[in-house]
Structures are given as C-alpha cells and as structure tokens.
Unconditional design. Structure first.
Lengths: 113, 116
C-alpha cells in the first residue's frame, strides 16, 4: 500500500531564504508523485509532478523537486522564498492503476518579512 | 477553460440533519473524485467515479454517505444523518482519465461543512 510522510507540520523561513519541504513515500510499484499547494479557503493547485521521466522536476512559481529512489524521497525546494509562497503544501503519491492520490498531512509554510 | 465548480461553499447544519453537495467537473473529464479534508490533515478519498460508474468507494461510510454521478457529468455527495465528526472540507476533483495514475487532478474550491 502507498503512503506519504511529510516531515514538519509547520516550516517558517525568512523572505529570500531557501525553502525545503520534506516528503518521503512508500510504494510497492513505481510511483507517480505530486506536490500540491493550498491557499486559505481554496482548493488544491498542482505545483509539479514526477512521472518517471527526469528525476529533477520543475514546477510553477519557481518550485522544483528531486525524486530519489534510494532515499524514497521527493523533497520540494525553492531557492528564494516570497511572501506569496505562504500556504499549505501537500505531497501525494499515486501508484495504482485507478489513479487515486494518497496525501500526506501537509506542511504549512510561513514566510517572514 | 472553466475549472471544477462546487456548491455550496459553506454549510452549517445540526447533527442528525442531512446535507448535499454538488460538483460540476471540467468538461470532458471522465474521472471524478470526492475527498474529505479534516482540519490539519491531508485530503482522503471518499469515492471515485469513472464516467458514471463507481471505481472505488472503499473509504465511503456507506451507512450515512451516498454519492452519484448523473450521466457521467455532475455529481452529488449526500450525508444523512450527519455526525459531528463529519465537519470537514469536501473537495471535488476531476481528471481527464485515470489510467496509470499520471493524469493531473484538478480541484474545486471545496465545501466547508460544520456540524453542530
């Protein structure tokens, strides 16, 4: 069965600092991995996805993530945080033929001026 | 293109009452999902449709929850009777297809349900 663990329910960074949000997954089949962002009172928006092509995946808003099979990780990074990045971020895995997503518990990112 | 539409956006009911949520997916999307997101947690799949057939409802509390997808387009999710623990945001999502699991899911804004 697939599962996702997000380390750190709350991460706080200063504006301009590196953003690193951690995600580890468990999957018995080659996984598809996703990062979604959720702004207050809104639905989830896809940031990026890994579908077994390049291991370094670039997404929207300057975010990227690297798939590391040996570490079963898919950490999300952004070189320089912006105030508008403050939101909740969810990592998700999909490994079954039905395409349903298994989400982590989320990491709330705060950006200090 | 228009996104996934959901209504109502907010609903407050008393326990033991019934409630229904509506979802209109993106045009042409064959797969529709209903997720429950409890405060402080990630979304959890309740039910998945492929066209108008149910693919997965293993986590749907069938004694109180029901869902249908009319003509393979719109969908409604109903709770009857509601319990306090049903307080959550109910998210609807759709994707072009489900084969292989790589298709992006597009999410609606959600319905925030409060049961008092």
């Amino acid at each position: 069965a697939q599962s996702v663990t997000q380390l750190g329910s709350h991460v706080s960074v200063s504006e301009g600092a590196l953003v690193l949000l951690r995600c580890n997954y468990s999957s018995s089949v080659p996984p598809y991995l996703f990062w979604y962002v959720q702004y207050p009172n809104q639905g989830l928006q896809l940031l990026l996805k890994y579908t077994s092509a390049a291991t370094l995946v670039k997404g929207i808003n300057g975010f990227e993530a690297e798939f590391k099979k040996s570490e079963t990780s898919f950490h999300l990074t952004k070189p320089s945080a912006h105030m508008s990045d403050a939101a909740e971020y969810f990592c998700a895995v999909s490994g079954g033929s039905q395409g349903n997503l298994i989400f982590g518990k989320g990491t709330k990112l705060s950006v200090k001026p | 293109e228009a996104g996934v539409a959901q209504s109502p956006r907010y609903k407050i009911i008393e326990k033991r009452q019934s409630v229904a949520f509506w979802c209109n997916p993106i045009s042409g999307h064959a797969t529709l999902y209903w997720y429950q997101q409890i405060l402080g947690q990630g979304p959890k799949l309740l039910i998945q449709f492929q066209n108008n057939g149910v693919v997965d409802d293993s986590q749907l509390p069938k004694d109180r929850f029901s869902a249908e997808r009319l003509k393979g387009v719109d969908s409604t999710l109903k709770i009857q009777p509601a319990k306090l623990e049903d307080s959550a945001v109910y998210l609807c999502a759709s994707s072009l297809d489900m084969v292989g699991g790589a298709y992006e899911q597009y999410f609606g804004p959600g319905t925030r349900l409060t049961v008092t």
